[in-house]
Each structure stands twice: as structure tokens, then as C-alpha cells.
Design a protein around this ligand. Sequence first.
Ligand SMILES: *[C@@H]1O[C@H](CO)[C@@H](O)[C@H](O)[C@H]1NC(C)=O
Ligand SMILES: *[C@@H]1O[C@H](CO)[C@@H](O)[C@H](O)[C@H]1NC(C)=O
Ligand SMILES: *[C@@H]1O[C@H](CO)[C@@H](O)[C@H](O)[C@H]1NC(C)=O
Ligand SMILES: *[C@@H]1O[C@H](CO)[C@@H](O)[C@H](O)[C@H]1NC(C)=O
Length: 243
Amino acid sequence: MHLSSLPLLLLLILHSTTAALAQTAPALSPGPAPATDVNKILIKAGQFTVLLRLLRSTKVADQINNQLGSTNSELTFFAPPDNAFSSLKTGTLNQLSDQQKVQLLQFHLVPSFISISNFQTLSNPVQTQAADTYEYPLNITTNGSQVNITTGVVNATITGTVYSDNQLAIYQVDRVLQPLGIFAPRPLPPAPAPAPPKSKKKADSENGSPVASVDASGAFGGAVRRLWMVMSFGVSVFAAIFL
Ligand SMILES: *[C@@H]1O[C@H](CO)[C@@H](O)[C@H](O)[C@H]1NC(C)=O
Ligand SMILES: *[C@@H]1O[C@H](CO)[C@@H](O)[C@H](O)[C@H]1NC(C)=O
Ligand SMILES: *[C@@H]1O[C@H](CO)[C@@H](O)[C@H](O)[C@H]1NC(C)=O
Ligand SMILES: *[C@@H]1O[C@H](CO)[C@@H](O)[C@H](O)[C@H]1NC(C)=O
């Protein structure tokens, strides 16, 4: 065998070993957890018929169930009951586009599991599944076990726990959480002004940085050289033993 093909051979052996390990890994994990169905939970709880209708018509219920089906995904859901929807101005929901209905529901979902005692550890604004915290800001304040939520349009409070395991928490809220982005859009903030030109003095004091980056690439080059030396050594040992 020609010596130059050895590194490739070693790499192939290494690769197939790690690939085999990776393939066997999932077998070690326990079987799928029993599927959580947000519809069933809300039907059982009662008082959520409007929310259930919205969740189904927008297919957000399916999204939630799919998310819960994948391990490691967590959700906290603020669920307004029927009386919260009926205190909205007449026609509020009907005036929303399908996309806005989806955004409204996603605004009620936080992509992590928050236990009732962990609300006090959150920093505002809290990231929801509606993602954009400028148009969809959600602030949470607590006082003991009291948890208040403000959106800039409404102030709400958590009135009870509907469901909680270690992956999904559903809390009943007394108001529909109406986001600014849908109900009171505000102008986007001005684009950040271009950075003012640096003064001569500042530029001088930063002279160190190009040197630092050369150093960094030198270190990287060194690491590559060391890796290469280790590999060549491995090849020689391999050759010494097997050839
Ligand atoms: C929560 O809201 C209630 C009613 O608006 C208010 O009395 C209370 O002070 C608020 N608590 C906190 C911690 O924001
Ligand atoms: C927190 O609750 C205590 C008693 O429950 C009350 O005296 C206090 O004013 C509340 N603080 C806020 C900020 O709501
Ligand atoms: C939410 O909290 C952020 C950060 O503390 C604050 O700047 C913002 O004004 C708050 N918004 C509302 C609606 O309370
Ligand atoms: C929400 O609460 C804040 C402070 O507690 C208050 O300034 C604001 O007017 C309230 N907003 C609404 C819509 O009730």
C-alpha cells in the first residue's frame, strides 16, 4: 500500500467508527414520551371554547402538539378563557387576518417551561413565539405568587394553573394578551445612526488589535500543525505495526 493513502485510510476508519457510534446513540434513549394534546387539556379544563376554536382554525394547536412531540422542546401557554374573549370589543377577532390570528396566538406562547415560582427570574421583555419583541413586547412582573403581564395594550394577571408537567405549562389569564403590533402598531425605531468617525487618538490606542488577530491566526496555524504532527505520528505507528 502506498504510504500517502494512509492518512485517508485512518480518516475513513475514524469516520466510520464515529458514524457507527452516532447511529447507536438514539437506541439508548427511552421510547417516545406519551403525546401531549393541548386540545384535550383545554377541553377537559372547560371554559376555553373560543380559544380552542382559534387554535384549530389557525392550526396553531397542531404546531403546539408537534413542538411538544419533539424532545427538549418546552412551552408556556397563557390561556384566556371565554370570558376574557367576551370582554374584547365586539368584532375584534373578526377584524383580524388569518396571519394576525396566528400571531395573536403565538404571542400567548413562550418557548420555555416557566414554573409559577420562576416568573420572578425572567427579564423583560419576555420572548414569545411571536418572536419580535419590539412589535410584540410582553412584560411580566411578580409580587410573591402574583404574576402580572403587560403588553402595552392590556394588563393581565395569571388566575390559575390549568396544566403543568415538566415540558408544558398552561396558565389561565384574565385577559386576552393583545400585542402592540396588531392592536396599536407603533412606528419602527429609526435605523441606528452610522458610527461617528473615530478620533486619531482612539485609532492609535487600537493599534494592538491587528497584532492580536495575527497572533490568533498564528495560534490557529500552530494548532493545525500540532494536529498534523499527531496525525503523522499515528500514521507512522500504524505503518510500523501493520506494514
Ligand atoms: C398586579 O396587578 C394588580 C391589578 O392591576 C395590581 O394591584 C398589583 O399591584 C400588580 N402587581 C404587580 C407585582 O405588578
Ligand atoms: C406586594 O404585595 C404586598 C403584600 O401582598 C403589598 O403590600 C405590596 O404593595 C405589593 N407590591 C407591589 C409592587 O404590588
Ligand atoms: C417592558 O419592559 C421594558 C424593559 O424593562 C421597558 O423598557 C418597557 O417600557 C416595558 N413595556 C411595558 C409595556 O411595560
Ligand atoms: C397597566 O398598568 C400600568 C401600571 O400599573 C398603567 O400605567 C397602565 O395604564 C395600565 N394599562 C391599562 C391598559 O390598563
